[in-house]
Design a protein around this ligand. Structure first.
Ligand code: UTP
Length: 413
């Protein structure tokens, strides 16, 4: 009983009284489960995160400069061959692993299952996003004669559904022993007033804590240790929702080796100065991705002597790391950002509310916030039509329709 009272005291202390009423009406088993869950929440951290949502982001005081890049299409044949040779050697020795971040909620797409289980309507029959990724890796396996260990990051929410789906589809022909799933960590969701949401299962609603959680989750799950044991030297980390993602680009890998950097990333040129993408820059001497919402308008429009956007290299979740870099980042705490999203909840009368407009904050760390822990990273500019077919929104830009068109155009080439 004391534990229940302790929980009530904590809820009162952090202005979460609405949960007390729900708690009191639960049967013993459910009450116990909720009390247990609440005891693991760091309310102090949550309050800090919520308070931060009201603060303005100020980047003006920071020193921002463009970050140099290499343009893939402008590389000489000799340079390209040299990069390829360096990259291929790593793949042929089996020193390369791939991580797919599939722990997102995919709220904008509105698909009922995990995003990777979304079927893109290509070539009549259609292909699932996980199937497209598996095909890309299988092609590399065949080319370099080694099976790339593939790690799929899920969330606690979609883990079982993801594994069942992959099993049902026989892992799309991927070697089962080279495929491992791991779930990422979570944080509670809060509404616009900082109140916790309760779900249909009468538990506090929690959601994955952003793709920046990949690093620490790789460590906590033992995947990092496994990679080291396998002799992996380079790790590619990419999203689940880009139908043209190239996960084993030997030019990108060779460039990273040649430039002796710990991180390399592929970019594409922004479609226009105000495209809603994050761009690479140097902030206070360190590499950084600046989100579109944090970039002053004037800076977004600045051009260099060749008439190109100074801050035009968009980050497309196509990142490569040495195993040492992952190890280093996994020990750090990345900052959290907040995103206002649609999340269903139970109201005080126990009725489920499915919002039609965003209603709650999700706290997320971003994969690219780790870049500033390094002095330098290497950027390779790819091509939008070859490298980027995102599936983000239900309709309009970056939707299944645009991704299908880009995918078919690329493969028809
Ligand atoms: P997004 O930031 O686009 O989020 O994820 P999302 O969850 O897919 O979609 P919305 O914003 O809710 O509509 C970019 C990549 O990062 C992964 C996603 O699965 C996707 O591959 N991600 C995102 C995670 O793995 N975990 C997270 O907590 C967030």
């Amino acid at each position: 009983m004391d534990k229940v009272q302790d929980t009530i005291d904590i809820l009162k202390m952090y202005n979460q009284e609405h949960i007390i009423k729900l708690l009191e009406n639960l049967d013993d088993q459910k009450k116990q489960a909720l009390v247990e869950q609440i005891s693991k929440i760091d309310f102090h951290q949550l309050k800090e995160l919520y308070d931060n949502t009201k603060k303005e982001i100020e980047i003006k005081e920071n020193k921002i400069e463009p970050l140099p890049y290499l343009d893939k299409k402008k590389l000489s044949e000799k340079q390209k061959e040299e990069f390829q040779r360096l990259g291929e050697a790593i793949l042929e020795k089996g020193e390369y692993a791939v991580v797919t971040m599939a722990g997102g909620q995919g709220t904008r797409l509105g698909h009922s299952g995990p995003k990777g289980t979304f079927k893109l309507d290509v070539y009549g029959k259609g292909k699932y996003l996980f199937e497209i990724l598996a095909e890309n890796l299988k092609e590399a396996n065949q080319k370099y004669g080694k099976v790339i260990p593939w790690y799929i990051m899920t969330s606690k929410e979609n883990n079982d559904e993801t594994i069942n789906f992959m099993e049902k589809h026989n892992y799309f022909g991927y070697d089962k022993d080279s495929l491992r799933f791991f779930a990422q960590s979570e944080l509670p969701l809060v509404d616009a007033n900082g109140k916790l949401l309760v779900g249909k299962d009468m538990k506090i609603r929690e959601a994955s804590d952003g793709n920046g959680g990949t690093y620490s989750s790789l460590r906590a799950s033992g995947c990092l240790a496994e990679m080291k044991e396998k002799g992996i030297k380079w790790v590619f980390i990419g999203g689940v929702d880009n139908a043209l993602l190239k996960m084993a680009d030997t030019i990108l890998l060779g460039m990273a080796i040649d430039k002796k950097v710990q991180i390399a990333s592929k970019s594409i040129v922004k479609a226009n100065p105000h495209e809603r993408v994050g761009v690479f820059a140097k902030m206070n001497g360190h590499p950084k991705v600046i989100e579109y919402s944090e970039m002053p308008e004037k800076m977004a429009e600045e051009v260099d002597n060749d008439g190109e956007l100074k801050y035009g290299e968009a980050h497309i979740m196509c990142n490569l790391y040495t195993i040492e870099a992952i190890e280093k980042i996994s020990k750090e705490t990345l900052i959290y950002h907040s995103a206002f999203k649609k999340n269903s909840y139970i109201d005080e009368n126990g009725r489920e509310v499915i919002p039609t407009e965003p209603n709650s904050f999700k706290f997320e760390s971003f994969i690219f916030d780790a870049f500033e822990l390094f002095d330098d990273i290497a950027i390779l500019r790819g091509k939008r039509e070859d490298d980027f077919a995102p599936v983000k929104n239900k309709e309009g830009v970056d939707s299944p329709k645009t991704a299908k068109e880009l995918y078919e155009k690329f493969w028809n080439k």
